[in-house]
Design a protein around this ligand. Structure first.
Ligand code: ADP
Ligand code: GLC
Length: 490
């Protein structure tokens, strides 16, 4: 099968969150399974062209926008650890700046940038002479590609048999922009066959809605989230649209790229280990504490290290942690290590916490790939109290690293973490239901009690390390959906 994955984020070139990880491993898995997969993404100003060996192709593509034509130059690299080609769209106007989205407020021209990107996908494919069976769009950034495919490109013999699949990684981001300007840029007029209601959302245009309605199949990143977005406010206003489309909506659990996230081989951690050599996990903990300048005299006092790596946003339940962390540090023997960046109020709070409770509170504000691996390997308990979580990757990394996840039962967290039951010895973590600090504290109390029962703790760790959340399985499920999509358009 010829597969195109289009994404605003692809690991390791440009990453803001889990979307990048998924966009990086899926094509590698498809290639391993014998498919021909390529990736298309923007060439952002901050991508390290030298490190990743980006090469200019001397190909300029023309992209129709509004009543004129714009241009992009193509660059090429390969996904590390594979031979999957990645094509980068170079545009001085749209992408040659630092950052992917321009967070926290977003670049003022994101509507134009993403319309340009969505349309450029097809012009790139034609220029490369890569005739796709499937285009997989990810989130709202490329969602208009689903409309461009149906409205413009399928009329062309070249794309007549191309299916469009829209993946939803997060319903909280839909790309809602002023209607008139956007429809003009996208060349969507009143004269077309599809109803304008497919574009409209509360008087504006909703890019994600467009992707959902125009796609042949729609995926989201866990089975539980696939239900939540239809039946609860997790649909963020698109519940009805998703229900209308329910026959074409599939939840596929994300996976883990065990080439990147594997304690046995991870080059970024202090000592490699397996379920049989957990003493090396202890080395990671000690070394992490030592490098975090915990005084030598305190290094060996046995208390759980609670780790957290997260965007600091409301989605991640940071407010719950904020409400309770001082009480926890005052009441329980524990250390807290956090790596994160995001909303200024949360960043300030944790900076303050770091000063007040150092060396039991070890905070790093920022984005740091290397430290994220070190925390996964060092921590005993990994905290993910998300208010909502389409899938979540860190809880699955944690399972692999023998770091026991403590999560709220929502979305993909509920699909991957089960409360440990000391009577049956089943389960791989600790789970709470309602997003309030009391339930979070109760779960933490259960986890800390278990931590001091060393035989029990080892069992929980090993239950987690046995889980197979590989990206291979996840990628296979996408192929099934692609086959359904192709059967549908035949
Ligand atoms: P989301 O995509 O909603 O942020 P996921 O759990 O799916 O949540 O993925 C988050 C990804 O981003 C993980 O790979 C995680 O390790 C990484 N990450 C988040 N914050 C940071 C940070 N401050 N530094 C390094 N990596 C981070
Ligand atoms: C989104 C979600 C996260 C998911 C990731 C990759 O950013 O917030 O839960 O794991 O996408 O699909």
């Amino acid at each position: 099968m010829n597969i195109v994955l289009a994404s605003a984020e692809v690991f390791p070139f440009a990453k803001a969150g889990g979307l990048a990880d998924v966009s990086g491993y899926l094509p590698k898995e498809w290639a391993k399974a014998g498919h021909s997969a390529i990736v298309i993404m923007p060439k952002y100003g901050h991508i390290d062209s030298q490190k990743y060996k980006l090469e200019p192709l001397n190909i300029t593509i023309s992209v129709p926008i509004g009543s004129w034509v714009e241009y992009a130059q193509l660059w090429r690299a390969v996904l590390p650890g594979s031979s999957v080609p990645v094509y980068f769209l170079e545009s001085a106007d749209y992408f040659d700046r630092h950052g992917i989205y321009g967070d926290p407020d977003g670049f003022h021209d994101n509507d134009r940038r993403f319309i340009f990107f969505s349309r450029a996908i097809f012009e790139t494919l034609r220029a490369l002479d890569f005739r796709p069976d499937v285009v997989l769009s990810n989130d709202y950034h490329t969602a208009f590609a689903m409309a461009f495919l149906k409205i413009h490109y399928r009329r062309d013999e070249y794309f007549a048999h191309t299916a469009g699949v829209q993946a939803i990684h997060n319903m909280a981001f839909q790309g809602i922009y002023g209607a008139e300007h956007l429809l003009y840029l996208a060349q969507i007029g009143l004269d077309q066959f599809y109803p304008l209601s497919w574009f409209e959302f509360r008087g504006a245009v909703n890019m994600l809605k467009v992707g959902i309605l125009f796609a042949d199949k729609v995926t989201t990143v866990s089975p539980r989230y696939a239900m939540e977005i239809r039946y609860t406010d997790q649909g963020h206003g698109l519940q009805d649209v998703l229900n209308e489309k329910s026959a074409d909506l599939v939840g596929i659990l994300n996976g883990v790229d065990y080439q990147v996230w594997n304690p046995e081989t991870d080059p970024l951690i202090y000592a490699n280990y397996t379920a049989e050599s957990l003493e090396n996990k202890q080395t990671n903990k000690l070394e992490f504490l030592r490098r975090s300048k915990v005084p030598e005299s305190e290094l060996y006092s046995d208390m759980p290290l609670i780790g957290m790596i997260s965007r600091l946003t409301d989605q991640k339940g940071i407010d719950l942690v904020q409400e309770i962390i001082e009480h926890l540090l005052n009441s329980y023997p524990l250390r807290f290590a956090l790596l994160g960046s995001g909303a200024a109020n949360y960043e300030d709070f944790f900076r303050h916490l770091s000063q007040k409770y150092y060396p039991r509170s070890l905070i790093k504000i920022g984005y740091d790939e290397e430290i994220s691996h070190k925390i996964e390997a060092a921590a005993d308990i990994f905290l993910m109290p998300s208010r909502f979580e389409p899938c979540g990757l860190n809880q699955m990394y944690s399972l692999k690293y023998g770091t026991v996840p403590l999560v709220r039962a929502t979305g993909g967290l509920a699909d991957t973490v089960q409360e440990f039951d000391p009577t049956t010895l089943q389960g791989n973590g600790f789970v709470f239901d309602n997003p309030n600090p009391h339930e979070l504290e109760a779960a933490l109390r259960r986890a800390i009690a278990a931590y001091y029962d060393k035989a029990l703790w080892k069992r929980i760790i090993q239950n987690g390390m046995q889980a197979d959340n590989s990206s291979t399985r996840s990628a296979e499920n996408y192929i099934k959906v692609f086959e359904w999509a192709l059967a549908k358009i035949r």
